[in-house]
Design a protein around this ligand. Structure first.
Ligand SMILES: [Zn+2]
Ligand SMILES: [Zn+2]
Length: 271
């Protein structure tokens, strides 16, 4: 197995469907040496999706590490939203920096990680139908999470395309879109974080490439950025979904190495 670690995983402490123990048992069965739990950081404006209490979450992580000692190493992670930074940063082994919302001028949050209807509503009400203005706002937030919060991992870089599997509201080939995405990835890459290649669009059958799309992965390769593969699993059946296919994709693009997490730190592994 090439990919022996997985760092972007949720459980029923946030919006995942399986318990942490179920996820970890599945990770042991799959042969991982290192498993990181990365529940959504506490977001008071969206408690359905985030953890309810950070201290309880950290306590649970400590309990899990102890319980599974000798069987698999448990890493303490969080998927930190731009608008919901963790309180106890030093308690974590790593932070995934992600954008899930846009915030309007009145302080209201609008998910970009929901349905097509959600995003169409936001496009209409907040951006007066200006697609590129919405996308520019999204990528502005991605750059902010990187530059202001310095995460260890950049989460699902172009998740803004999530609802666009049928090219319903923009084209990834549109030069205006590409310019926004490329400029954002160049700025984001400057902080030196690891970019995850997130396979969840494959699991969800969204008719989309992984995050980031191949044209962005090519840019990362030319920038010399480090990448890792994560499945963003919200349940056990998602834990390794799309990993083999993504290894092939990365090889085809020209990547020779990926990052793994091993015993508390990143290491490089040849592809
Ligand atoms: Zn996310
Ligand atoms: Zn996630």
């Amino acid at each position: 197995m090439i990919v022996t670690s997985t760092l972007h995983n949720h459980c029923d402490m946030c919006d995942g469907r399986c318990s942490a123990e179920e996820m970890i048992e599945a990770a042991i069965s799959a042969g991982f040496t290192d498993f990181g739990l990365s529940c959504h950081s506490y977001a008071p404006f969206d408690l359905d999706y985030s953890i309810k209490d950070e201290a309880t979450y950290l306590h649970k992580l400590a309990e899990l590490r102890k319980k599974y000692e000798g069987r698999i190493r448990i890493a303490y992670g969080a998927e930190q939203d731009l608008f919901a930074p963790v309180r106890y940063r030093d308690a974590y082994d790593y932070i995934i920096g992600s954008v899930h919302y846009l915030r309007d001028n009145y302080g209201n949050y609008h998910t970009i990680d929901g349905s097509l209807a959600d995003i169409m509503h936001t496009l209409d009400k907040v951006f007066a139908g200006d697609t590129m203005a919405l996308i520019a706002d999204y990528y502005g937030n991605v750059v902010r999470v990187a530059e202001e919060q310095r995460p260890d991992i950049i989460g699902h870089f172009d998740v803004i395309k999530k609802t666009n599997g049928g090219n319903d509201w923009f084209s990834e080939d549109d030069p205006a879109y590409r310019k926004l995405a490329i400029e954002a990835i160049r700025r984001t890459a400057k902080i030196g974080a690891v970019f995850e290649v997130n396979t969840s669009p494959l699991f969800k059958k969204l008719d989309l490439d992984v995050y980031p799309s191949p044209f962005l992965l090519k840019e990362l390769l030319s920038l010399g950025a480090n990448v890792m593969i994560n499945t963003d699993a919200h349940c056990t059946e998602q834990l390794v979904y799309g990993v083999d296919q993504t290894i092939e994709l990365l090889r085809d693009i020209g990547f020779r190495q990926i990052m793994l997490w091993s015993d508390g730190k990143f290491i490089k592994r040849d592809l």
